[in-house]
Design a binder for this molecule. Sequence first.
Ligand code: SF4
Ligand code: SF4
Length: 98
Amino acid sequence: MKRWHYLENGITLELDTPSCIGCGACIDVCPHGVFNIVDRKAVITDRAACMECGACALNCPAHALAVTPGVGCVAAIITGKLRGTAPDCSCGEGSSCC
Ligand code: SF4
Ligand code: SF4
């Protein structure tokens, strides 16, 4: 399955490593394989693959993850499709972005 990558600078995903208890829930729920566990802590191994779905933050029992769902390129692409306009996530990259 092709894994899309998005502009890393526009991704809102944040991991508070000291709070992580290494349960692995984020790995189980992430549809794009963004995380791995190293030394009993989650690490972000493929940040650019995050589509900001919010599943990891929603399922993290330690509240170690934060992401603003529905912003950035993914939201821009969906909005563009719905409106029939060119995607615009306001990152400044213009049409070369989304
Ligand atoms: S779900 Fe939260 S606590 Fe569990 S491994 Fe991932 S970041 Fe750590
Ligand atoms: S927001 Fe979604 S795609 Fe991004 S890291 Fe979390 S579960 Fe994976």
